[in-house]
Design a protein around this ligand. Structure first.
Ligand code: DOR
Ligand code: ZN
Length: 360
């Protein structure tokens, strides 16, 4: 049995408020624990979006009532809220800036709006940018101009990882994350994922080419974090008229990466650096005391959505053979997951941005 620290996922979508038929804080944090993740940072592109004190409170109320693992919540950058969100910075996971088209209403087009957020958001607090290709180059320039850090979400292209590599070499304070799907899937996997329903393969950024996937693996040292971008939508929605982009990922990330460890594509230390040490450092997260994950690294099995805790009911990795199964998760000295069952109760998760509760 392999004993790992609790994993940190700095990029998940919990869908509450507004779309709890896809996922809610209970099912989403259950999925986290089943995947060996004990701390999640939740994105603000909900309905309504989380972009001021009132909506932030709404999200935190659901999380406080239902979360089964620890968490913090992002606030979203909008066209008129730079001052309002900056006032929430100490309680937020970070500021999320959506700079390209994707799911939800949050989007900043005009670069003067980016500047307002870079001016007001405290320097020591994380800014995470959804920025693809050239908007990524633009936001890295913005970070350099304001001499502050920026974390780039879910990179997927060769040109992106090479850009970040060059920026880091130049001393610009940029960090980045890669989700499992750009490491393991290409456009060529679309038919197998779609099974006749092309909407299932929709995800932003889009699945890329084999050359892009290879560039990510070849430049692993440039990748600071593995983050799932767990983005659950129901199969009915994925197969419907306007399929929303997004893949669930919390329950498949660790087994996929452990399978890659077995294949000697990376080491356990590479994995822990990107799923524990670096996210803790980049996002300024506390250690979770007496928290660990027990994994049977030799268990071989097939991935099946039917066995998952996520409410969305599907996975792009259906039928994949993997090696490494989470057996038990202990969170702050309490058994939180064991052999397929989530044991921690809704509301037991702590918001790590709030002063710690007394021994609860
Ligand atoms: O595919 C995606 N889904 N990309 C995003 O940026 C958003 C996410 C979602 O919230 O569904
Ligand atoms: Zn996302």
């Amino acid at each position: 049995m392999l004993k790992l620290p609790g994993l940190i996922d700095p990029h998940v979508h919990m869908r509450e408020p507004g779309a709890s038929h896809k996922e809610d804080w209970d099912t989403g944090t259950s999925a986290a624990l089943a995947g060996g993740v004990t701390l999640v940072l939740a994105m603000p592109n909900t309905n309504p979006p989380i972009f001021d004190a009132e909506t932030f409170d709404l999200a935190l109320t659901s999380a406080a009532a239902k979360a089964r693992c620890d968490y913090a919540h992002y606030v979203g950058a909008g066209p008129e809220n730079a001052r309002a969100v900056a006032a929430l910075a100490s309680q937020a996971a970070g500021l999320k800036m959506y700079l390209d088209m994707t799911f939800g209403q949050l989007r900043l087009d005009d670069m003067t709006l980016w500047q307002e957020h870079f001016q007001h958001w405290p320097r020591e607090r994380p800014i995470v940018a959804h920025s693809e290709s050239r908007s990524m180059a633009a936001v890295i320039l913005m970070a350099a101009l304001y001499d502050r850090s920026v974390h780039i979400a879910h990179i997927s292209l060769r040109e992106e990882i090479l850009l970040i590599k060059a920026a880091k070499q130049r001393g610009i304070k940029v960090t980045c994350e890669v989700a499992p799907h750009p490491l393991f899937l290409t456009q060529d996997d679309m038919p197998a994922i779609s099974r006749g329903h092309p909407g299932r393969g929709e995800v932003r950024p889009r699945l890329a080419t084999q050359a892009d996937v290879e560039a990510l693996w070849q430049n692993l040292e440039v990748i600071d974090c593995f983050a799932t971008d767990h983005a659950p939508h129901t199969l009915a929605e994925k197969d419907g008229e306007n399929p929303p982009p997004g893949f669930p990922g919390l329950e498949t990330a660790l087994p996929l990466l452990l399978t890659a460890v077995h294949a000697k594509r990376l080491t356990i230390d590479d994995l822990l650096l990107r799923m524990v040490t670096n996210p803790r450092k980049i996002f300024g997260l506390p250690e979770q005391p007496e928290t660990w994950v027990e994994v049977d690294e030799n268990a071989e099995y097939e991935i099946h959505a039917a066995e998952m805790k996520s409410r969305c009911g599907w996975t792009p990795f259906e039928g994949w053979k993997v090696r490494g199964r989470v057996r038990r998760v202990v969170l702050r000295n309490q058994e939180a997951f064991k052999d397929g069952d989530v044991l921690s109760s809704p509301g037991s998760g702590h918001n790590v941005r709030l002063p710690s509760k007394s021994n609860s």
